[in-house]
Design a protein around this ligand. Sequence first.
Ligand code: URA
Length: 208
Amino acid sequence: MSLTVLSHPLVQHKLTILRDKRTSTRSFRELLRELAILLCYEVTRDLPLEPIDIETPVAPMQGRQLAGKKLVFAPILRAGMGLLDGVLELVPAARVAHIGLYRDPNTLQAVQYYFKAPVDVAERMVILLDPMLATGHTAVAAINLLKDRGVKNIRFVCLVAAPEGVAELDKHHPEVPIWTAGLDERLNDHSYIVPGLGDAGDRIYGTK
Ligand code: URA
């Protein structure tokens, strides 16, 4: 299992403001966008490059460009959408797959209600986006959906992870690496991350 917790001071600073319950919806959204850019920078760190011949105004040279098919960002609705603008700012040519899953409040299991991905998603690297890795049920279900469509190269990006969610992901999909800005203590009785940041969807969209 691969788990990368971003220790960069800018990431930790922004995450702390984001967690603060006094932070407004507007600031929360803006910080989430900034954190998404920083997380995207890390998760794409080892993407393969290929040589390309170009000419600068001064001389010909061999540059390097991203190799292979364009990335797919896959936000899990609805909170995952909060990370999408930031990652697309860094990789504007990427494709997007929308995955609609909600957590049944009684069983805590993930229920699918929407899935739309590029037709050739199986040939691309997919970066799954969800701010919170709590029980891990939603992430596991989203990865199952992607694997059902033949996707082999999947990475998972979240803002805050609980040890329980990391363990669940590792149990079902040990080859999927995880990037997060924070690894928290535990889940509470309602499966919220402690200390966490509350309900990410509500904080992004101001619905509570
Ligand atoms: N989803 C959230 O939005 N917050 C949590 O703490 C757990 C799941």
